[in-house]
Design a protein around this ligand. Structure first.
Ligand code: C2E
Ligand code: SIN
Ligand code: SIN
Ligand code: SIN
Ligand code: FE
Ligand code: FE
Length: 389
């Protein structure tokens, strides 16, 4: 099979005329300027690069220096893809800072080994035929290499990339640079927020001698229940990030009460109950979506469907869906875990209680989803069990 067959008629594509090149740049510049989501931005940059240099494929790799990794948007709507920096042409290019031009991947000697383990190995799986390649580094305003453009298979009669193509891609990267930096920053902030919230959640639990796995499990249970209820993916993810914070208010509960080995008396339980409002007070100052969701969860995770919960005695759908979901996830996990004041229950009575509380403590619909998703929930329970090896 000749590679001409695979690349088909596209091979005869023409280099863009100068006015076409301008249109490509202006079109993408407008889209790129407004794009804050990192993976979408990487896709836009890849699309722009592909059109400018008339390549069949184009990938933008960003360098994560501290972790010695490269990452890239894999495809539209798909999360970021990562690989070690040591591997591949892209890694070679970021570390040396030198552009790489290859006219035929199957005849190249200089990068023979890298190509055989990379592009050629991949071709064998996919039936694609990699011929020409160009990999060029791009830099931020401080001159540091922040990533590489990798273009595959020039589609014109020339069949290989030129110095001019390199200049175009470098230009494309510098156009995107500002948007890229701000997307990287907001991505970084988002990742930091997630970590921070998770860490704070763990602190809240550790004071009450609950394990870090409790918050992890509640997060995963909430996520499964949210999706099972038909909440949009984005809402489910938001809840998964926020639900570990539900007991953060316990940080303000004195040790004698929080870690009392036996049953709490009425005064002690009244004090204990303040953890919901305290958590809300700690979290509701922020306008950040994640913290707002966490504030709702902290406030409402002990409300009950029948209005008999605390602190507000909210009823039914007046309780935010996030509160209703976390309530079930929390009780399911608390019953199955050892506490200073009780031993873990076996599974049967836990399920019996949750059934019994359908329409009382819990939203009936959420109990139904709980029962139908039970295999998945038990999988999580096993995966993040507290058992010490
Ligand atoms: P937690 O241990 O995380 O428990 C969360 C919720 O799971 C409880 O909310 C309750 O709805 C359910 N739950 C946990 N264990 C049992 C149980 O043995 N039987 C039943 N029927 N439900 C259970 P609740 O009751 O509002 O308690 C909130 C928090 O107050 C608990 O969080 C725990 O930190 C503390 N707490 C409650 N009762 C006691 C107690 O008797 N002694 C101590 N030391 N702490 C308690
Ligand atoms: C998004 O596509 O919604 C943003 C994800 C990201 O920043 O990685
Ligand atoms: C990821 O690999 O999903 C995140 C990339 C990053 O940490 O910036
Ligand atoms: C949601 O945030 O998705 C639902 C809000 C609610 O039901 O209270
Ligand atoms: Fe609680
Ligand atoms: Fe809890």
């Amino acid at each position: 099979m000749s590679d001409g067959e695979i690349l088909g008629t596209a091979r005869t594509a023409k280099e863009p005329e100068p006015h076409e090149m301008l249109r490509i740049i202006f079109d993408y510049a407008a889209k790129i300027a407004n794009e804050r989501r990192l993976n979408h931005l990487l896709m836009l940059m890849a699309d722009m690069g592909r059109e400018m240099v008339v390549a069949d494929r184009c990938t933008v790799w960003l360098a994560d220096w501290p972790r010695s990794e490269l990452y890239s948007a894999a495809a539209h709507g798909v999360p970021l893809l990562r690989m070690p920096m040591q591997a591949g042409l892209a890694g070679h290019c970021v570390t040396t800072g030198k552009a790489i031009f290859i006219d035929d991947a199957y005849r190249n000697e200089e990068f023979k080994e890298v190509l055989e383990n990379g592009a050629i190995a991949m071709d064998r799986k996919t039936g694609y035929r990699t011929k020409s390649l160009m990999v060029i580094p791009f830099r931020n305003n401080d001159g540091e290499i922040t990533g590489v453009y990798q273009a595959i298979n020039k589609l014109t009669d020339e069949e290989h990339f030129s110095k001019k193509d390199m200049d175009y891609l470098t230009l494309a990267a510098s156009y995107a640079g500002k948007a890229l930096e701000s997307a990287l920053l907001s991505h970084e902030i988002e990742e930091t927020q997630k970590e921070l919230i998770f860490t704070i959640g763990k602190i809240g639990e550790s004071r009450s001698k609950e394990t870090g796995n409790h918050v992890k499990r509640v997060a995963e249970y909430s996520y499964i229940l949210a999706l099972g209820l038909g909440l949009p993916q984005k809402e489910a993810e938001l809840l998964k990030i926020a639900s570990p914070m539900h007991d953060i208010g316990k940080v303000a509960i004195p040790d004698e009460v929080l870690n009392k080995p036996g049953k709490l008396n009425e005064a002690e339980f009244d004090l204990m109950k303040t953890h919901a409002a305290i958590g809300y007070g700690l979290l509701n100052k922020s306008n950040r979506e994640i913290l707002k969701a966490a504030a709702i969860v902290a406030h409402q995770h002990h409300e009950r469907w029948n209005g008999q919960g605390y602190p507000q005695g909210l009823k039914g759908e007046d309780i935010h869906i996030f509160g209703r979901i976390t309530a079930l996830a929390d009780v399911f996990d608390a019953l199955g875990s050892d506490r200073v004041y009780k031993k873990a229950w076996p599974l049967e009575p836990i399920i019996a209680l949750i059934r019994e509380e359908r329409g009382r403590h819990f939203d009936p619909q959420i109990v139904d989803v709980f029962l139908s998703e039970l295999p998945k929930l038990l999988e999580i329970r096993k995966q993040y069990s507290d058992d010490v090896l």
